[in-house]
Design a binder for this molecule. Structure first.
Ligand code: ATP
Ligand code: MG
Length: 350
């Protein structure tokens, strides 16, 4: 029996509704594979912020540092500015635990129609986003406020080690898949950081001769993903480009409710964090109709990261089984199932 300690952060709104289905799936698949998950739950959320003035306690990160992984629902709530939930919880976790890979698999699942004509069932690719440096930096400032020549300066910070490690992760991943990689760039307009990124891609390509790679300017790339998504397999991008690409890709897949994400510390020095792409969805929170698939798929990625690829694959195929062979779906996918009845069907098929 292998045991894993998981830090659970349900968060706000439907975050708290989609984590119980995910742990139910983990427990079921764990039992079949001799894996036991032990959960510690933390109430870190906007609700806590409104009550106590902070998303998490001052020693919050120390409390989860020794867990094997973190499973998060969603944080964010109307009335609480986004920077509070981001800088009060998500960004400290990503940065302190050096989760420099943001991994977002995209799949058009059976019975989940995509708004993109060229995206057929079975389409599958993955976006690898640099998660801790790049454009989202605090370097810069606002100057001459109130003057007619007022200005704002925002510096992007790309480091050789930071770019090299995300590229090596992406190339290695590509080598285990179809052996093709696309790098998002904009070196025709951004004259310092992006040419540097391109040079490091070239170097990474030399270290990974088994991968055939090419680069695309971000503007052309987003158009091609919509027009001909099947040509892509692994797409790697900086923090900003990866952010944009992963939301675009989730939309291509048909529903934000099914999209998963992992924030990985590949060296396993710190816990990695797994979370559905969707937010707390205040408009449907409390009604018991949230689609739990994004959280369940995220949990499956966690199982894979913890070293149990067969158990992870079983969860994925149970998902495809329910969607492909039944009409049971939550309202966001055009069905009438509740979170609970959908989860029950999925558990039966596991
Ligand atoms: P954030 O700002 O936290 O990224 P958001 O406000 O941009 O989040 P969501 O909270 O993800 O977006 O909600 C966007 C829309 O998608 C809402 O209408 C919401 O109801 C719907 N939605 C999101 N997740 C789900 C889900 N799991 N099941 C059903 N509908 C969902
Ligand atoms: Mg929001």
């Amino acid at each position: 029996m292998t045991e894993h300690r998981i830090a659970l952060i349900p968060g706000d709104g439907i975050g708290a509704e989609v984590l119980p289905p995910a742990t139910a799936v983990l427990d079921r698949v764990g039992r079949r594979h001799g894996i036991r998950f032990r959960y510690d739950e933390f109430d870190w959320s906007c609700e806590r912020y409104l009550r106590e003035g902070a998303m998490m306690p001052a020693d919050g990160l120390d409390r989860i540092r020794h867990h094997d992984a973190i499973l998060l629902g969603a944080v964010g709530w109307p009335g609480v500015p986004d920077h509070v939930s981001l800088w009060g919880l998500l960004i400290p976790i990503r940065r302190q635990f050096d989760q420099y890979v943001n991994l977002r698999p995209i799949a058009v699942l059976p019975g989940v129609p995509s708004p993109v004509r060229a995206a057929e069932p079975g389409l599958e690719f993955v976006v690898v986003r640099e998660n801790v440096e790049g454009e989202y930096s605090e370097v810069g400032g606002r100057f001459r406020r109130g003057f007619p020549d007022e200005l704002a300066v925002q510096e992007a910070v790309f480091t050789r080690p930071g770019v090299t490690r995300i590229l090596d992760y992406a190339f290695s991943l590509a080598a285990t898949r179809r052996g093709v990689l696309t790098s998002a760039t904009k070196s025709n307009g951004i004259v310092h950081t992006m040419p540097f990124w391109d040079e490091l891609v070239e170097e990474a390509g030399e270290r990974h001769p088994e991968v055939s790679w090419h680069q695309e300017h971000i503007d052309a790339l987003v158009a091609k993903i919509v027009l001909d998504p099947a040509r892509f397999d692994v797409i790697v991008g900086s923090n900003l480009f990866g952010d944009i690409l992963s939301d675009l890709a989730a939309a291509v897949a048909g529903s934000i409710g099914v999209a998963p994400a992992a924030n990985l510390n590949p060296e396993r020095e710190f816990p990695s964090m797994f979370e559905p792409v969707h937010g707390s969805a205040p408009d449907i929170a409390g009604r018991g109709v949230a689609n739990p698939l994004g959280a369940i798929w995220s949990a499956a990625m966690m199982v894979d990261h913890l070293g149990h690829p067969e158990a992870s694959a079983e969860v994925r195929s149970a998902m495809a089984d329910v969607l492909g062979n039944t009409a049971v779906r939550t309202p966001d996918l055009g069905g009438t199932a509740t979170t609970e009845s959908f989860t029950r069907e999925l558990l039966d098929r596991l």
